[in-house]
Design a protein around this ligand. Structure first.
Ligand SMILES: [Zn+2]
Length: 180
């Protein structure tokens, strides 16, 4: 990720949710781009600051976000202005985790783990909720109809409309999560 951002400005980090595998790189990113804000909801903030809640405690290494002042809380329907030309609309899509947010940017939809084409939404993790996940999925599928889907994990897919990172230009726009 840091290599990808060489010589670039980081307008903001739109957190898809606060599971460990989506946030491990956050401290390094903020050290490199100290003015950058991290957008998430209350549950995301909670988990960013607690290695048990973001589940990193049970994986490679415990992770706690070290820059709580950079966190900006957003909620369903909010609009995030990242630059003069670039804004993102927030769609709350809980179910996989209560911190799950989906972002709409132009004809792109960043779905995190709330919708990974070709896979079932994972709901058997702490705070997962099957019913909420289904409601969120219905919402996302409607919004995804006319958009390119950028999920939180790459799945090999012959359908060109669901590739992660369609072209370099779009990777310049913003980050849906902090994958390294
Ligand atoms: Zn996840």
């Amino acid at each position: 990720m840091l290599t990808l951002l060489k010589h670039k400005k980081l307008n903001g980090i739109l957190l898809s949710h606060a599971h460990f595998d989506h946030i491990y790189g956050l401290n390094e990113l903020i050290k490199r781009f100290p003015d950058t804000l991290v957008y998430t909801n209350e549950s995301g903030k909670d988990a960013l600051l607690d290695a048990r809640k973001n589940m990193s405690l049970y994986h490679e290494k415990p992770f706690v976000f070290e820059f709580p002042n950079c966190i900006r809380i957003v909620k369903d329907n909010d609009e995030i202005r990242l630059s003069d030309k670039l804004k993102a609309k927030v769609v709350a899509t809980p179910g996989h985790h209560p911190s799950c947010l989906t972002y709409l940017m132009g004809d792109a939809i960043f779905t995190g783990d709330s919708y990974i084409p070709g896979t079932k939404v994972v709901t058997n993790l702490p705070k997962g909720n099957k019913k909420h996940a289904q409601e969120s999925l219905n919402k996302i599928l409607l919004l995804a109809k006319e958009r390119t889907v950028y999920p939180g994990h790459y799945i090999e897919d012959n359908n060109k409309k669901t590739l992660f990172g369609r072209n370099n230009e779009e990777q310049d726009l913003a980050l849906s999560c902090s994958h390294e």
